[in-house]
Write a protein that binds this ligand. Structure first.
Ligand SMILES: Cc1cc2nc3c(=O)[nH]c(=O)nc-3n(C[C@H](O)[C@H](O)[C@H](O)COP(=O)(O)O)c2cc1C
Length: 433
């Protein structure tokens, strides 16, 4: 599986902060000595000489935005956590649930570079003053769990983790928590409930986790890829990080992009943020012989479809947002001209309906009904008015109506498919009823 990472491009120290070690080592870096030989824990050594609030400012100045899907500025999130001697117990949680269909970037980072995430978490915990951290890991990621646990033990045995890290006086304990496999556990407040041993449903916001998160204490939740950027930002500075996008985007850094679907070489590539979708599909070798690209999702199953003409767009948060979708996780799912788009939507809807946590009525009842109607249309058994009803559901389950962002996300592929492929839906409506 590792060979699917960066197929066709060699990564470099200066320009590929997330993956250069894999190129340099010729494969996964799962040994502590090897990691240290590749500048491992240098970011931590430097971070421990700085003031935590200055570190927060550095991450803010670097313009790092969350890579978990929403693109929220990381430094701003961190600055909202209480600091100072009276702040008390705080937690850092790494969101490694990664159940978004078509998304497999965090898995590679954790399997191939486990020490990088461990280092990133210690640096980030120091910046926010957290003494305990959790990696909330998707249960199916068995190899990642093994490698992370081994990395945690080795880091602890060598003074990079645990009490009085590198003699700095800073202490941090890190645990891997394996989830039982629910998509909703990726939503940060459902994740926190699950971690506490409660039913995994989202919590009301506010209060946000920064104020009252795990066990009611201030908590920062960040994605794996987001965190992995932090040690190098500390080491090389905000200006260096900003320049990584090479003027392709107002966003900073690189992004692990990827492609799934019937392209020649599905895989992952670390590229300047703002690389065009076409360039990413080209790295995947283009479509398999005899197939044409019909439509694509920019970043997982809860983003809107875009069309072939949108491939020219820069893959960044604002550009894809203006085009009517979201960059999400940045892992493209391509649909080809031999696939039935209504079936594709039905398949995504089946996942989303199954994964509703059932906490709020619109989502619990609305998603299965929507699935039923999409399936009927897909089987050629749709009724007059079904398309209009589906459109109404995309509004009823849209942003702000259900309890969390799950159902609105589920509506994104549907609403865009109805916009771009209405005729395909019309073909499934039975005449005369
Ligand atoms: C249904 C749902 C599933 C989510 N799944 C994930 C996930 O698997 N990984 C992730 O990092 N964020 C996921 N998120 C987003 C998180 O709630 C949160 O925004 C993110 O972990 C923040 O990290 P970041 O700021 O570093 O991106 C999900 C959100 C929703 C609504």
């Amino acid at each position: 599986m590792s060979s699917e990472l960066n197929r066709g491009i060699q990564t470099h120290r200066e320009t590929h902060p997330l993956t250069w070690r894999i190129s340099a080592a010729g494969g996964p870096v799962v040994d502590l000595d090897r990691y240290i030989a590749l500048e491992g824990f240098s970011g931590l050594r430097k971070a421990l000489t700085l003031d935590p609030v200055d570190l927060q400012k550095l991450v803010k100045d670097a313009g790092l935005r969350g890579r978990g899907g929403a693109g929220f500025p990381t430094g701003i999130k961190w600055s909202l956590i209480p600091m100072g001697p009276d702040a008390g117990q705080k937690y850092l949680i790494c969101n490694a649930d990664e159940m978004e269909p078509g998304t497999f970037k965090d898995r590679f980072l954790m399997e191939d570079l486990p020490f990088q995430l461990v280092e990133a978490m210690v640096v980030s915990a120091y910046a926010i003053g957290a003494s305990v951290g959790y990696i909330f890991l998707r249960g199916e990621y068995i190899l990642a769990a093994q490698r992370l646990n081994a990395a945690i033990t080795a880091a602890k045995n060598n003074g990079f983790l645990g009490s009085n890290i590198l003699g700095s006086g800073f202490s941090f304990e890190l645990h891997v928590h394996e989830g039982a496999g629910r998509y909703i556990c990726g939503e940060e407040t459902a994740l926190i409930n699950c971690l506490e041993g409660r039913r995994a449903n989202p919590r009301t916001k506010p209060p946000f986790p920064q104020q009252a998160g795990a066990w009611g204490r201030p908590t920062i939740v960040n994605n794996v890829e987001t965190l992995c950027n932090v040690p190098d930002i500390v080491l090389k500075g905000a200006a260096w990080f900003k320049e990584l996008s090479q003027g392709r985007s107002s966003d900073a850094g690189t992004k692990i992009y990827g492609v799934s679907g019937r392209v020649k070489y599905p895989g992952l590539w670390e590229l300047p943020i703002g690389t065009t979708a076409q360039e990413i599909v080209d790295l995947a070798g283009g479509m398999q012989d005899g197939l044409e690209l019909l439509t694509w999702l920019p970043g997982g199953a809860s983003t809107d479809f875009l069309m072939p003409e949108h491939l020219a767009l820069a893959m960044d948060y604002d550009t894809i947002g203006k085009a009517g979708s979201r960059m999400g996780t940045g892992l493209l799912m391509v649909v080809d001209n031999q696939q039935d788009i209504v079936k594709v939507v039905g398949n995504l809807m089946m996942f989303m309906a199954r994964e509703s946590c059932g906490w709020c009525t619109p989502c619990r009842e609305g998603l299965p009904w929507t699935l039923k109607v999409v399936r009927a249309i897909s089987d050629g058994q749709g009724h007059q008015g079904d398309i209009e009803w589906l459109q109404e559901m995309t509004r009823f389950l849209g942003p702000g109506k259900p309890f969390c962002a799950h159902a609105p996300g589920a509506m994104e592929p549907l609403q865009s498919a109805l916009k771009f492929f209405r005729r395909d839906f019309e073909k499934g409506i039975r005449v005369g009823n």
